[in-house]
Ligand binder design. Sequence first.
Ligand SMILES: CC(C)(COP(=O)(O)OP(=O)(O)OC[C@H]1O[C@@H](n2cnc3c(N)ncnc32)[C@H](O)[C@@H]1OP(=O)(O)O)[C@@H](O)C(=O)NCCC(=O)NCCS
Length: 213
Amino acid sequence: MNRPPSLDAHPGPDGAAPVPSPVGELVRAGRRVALRRHVPANRAAFQRWYADPEIARLLRHDQEPLTSIQSRGYFDTIILPLSARGLCWAIHEVADDGLVGTTALTDIVAESGSALFRIVIGEKDRWGRGFGTEATRLVADEAFSRLSLRQIRLEVFRHNERALAAYRRVGFRVVGEHTELVGRQRFELHVVEMTLDRPDPSSDGHPGVPSDG
Ligand SMILES: CC(C)(COP(=O)(O)OP(=O)(O)OC[C@H]1O[C@@H](n2cnc3c(N)ncnc32)[C@H](O)[C@@H]1OP(=O)(O)O)[C@@H](O)C(=O)NCCC(=O)NCCS
């Protein structure tokens, strides 16, 4: 596993000032994963994830990995500022605080109170352990309770079965589908459109956000 190690804050030698932690401030925690602020120390892992062709095929509409110049620009000019505004989060494993992914709410439409959801569990050896499902629930909690949004939208490729399963488990439902033609080969990309509505406050719990099991 080439996941970056967790480096928590700890006292310096002989009671000297604590060594600053490169792990971002905690925003919201679940059982398996937590959302934290992004910090510049996350850039290298982010760039590694976005350079991966398998991740690009599941994530990017052009199906192409990012060059290191593109991913550095993306992280520095979009991810870090969005995270500072409380709209983008690093996903950390609760067990050891290690960084495993990134998630965001973008393209907010004020009139409808909706935002577009994005997520990458970039550490591929962490796929299929419930991290993406729980991180999606945590973002939904942020969206509906702190940001007072009414709906989360997302787009997912039909070939991304793991993502489709995770989103369905959280309560997203399919509201449309379209096809995009990608690249010189005019490859047909089937895109599924899904939404999750804010739970009705008069009802018990989170009917739109089913829990585990
Ligand atoms: C999509 C993603 C966020 C899901 O996170 P995850 O931690 O891997 O997913 P989870 O373990 O929470 O849930 C995976 C679901 O898919 C199922 N699954 C696991 N492996 C699978 C496979 N190979 N094929 C189909 N389904 C699979 C699991 O059973 C689970 O469904 P269930 O809860 O109904 O049993 C993550 O895999 C990822 O980041 N992938 C790359 C980038 C990406 O696709 N981002 C989303 C773009 S829309």
